[in-house]
Design a protein around this ligand. Structure first.
Ligand code: SF4
Length: 74
């Protein structure tokens, strides 16, 4: 199963990941950074296992991220 890794602390809140796949990405009203839906934080990196069905949309989000803080382990 693929896994998403998100270095949330470096997020600049550009909104691109949310626009590509809003089921998995949300902009927090609290701090303006993106939140990985259902993610669990480990040492500053948020992680979640995803299904193959949403892999390609998350890969697009990772490619679009201007600060390259989304990694997909397939
Ligand atoms: S694309 Fe990257 S910088 Fe932009 S909101 Fe998403 S995680 Fe943050």
């Amino acid at each position: 199963m693929p896994k998403i890794l998100h270095q949330r602390g470096k997020c600049i809140g550009c909104n691109l990941c949310y626009e590509i796949w809003p089921v998995r990405w949300r902009i927090s009203r609290a701090d303006g950074k993106c939140t990985l839906v259902d993610g669990i934080e480990k040492k500053g990196v948020w992680q979640v296992v995803i299904s193959e069905d949403e892999l390609s949309l998350n890969q697009k989000a990772a490619q679009a991220c201007p600060v390259k803080i989304i990694k997909i382990i397939d």
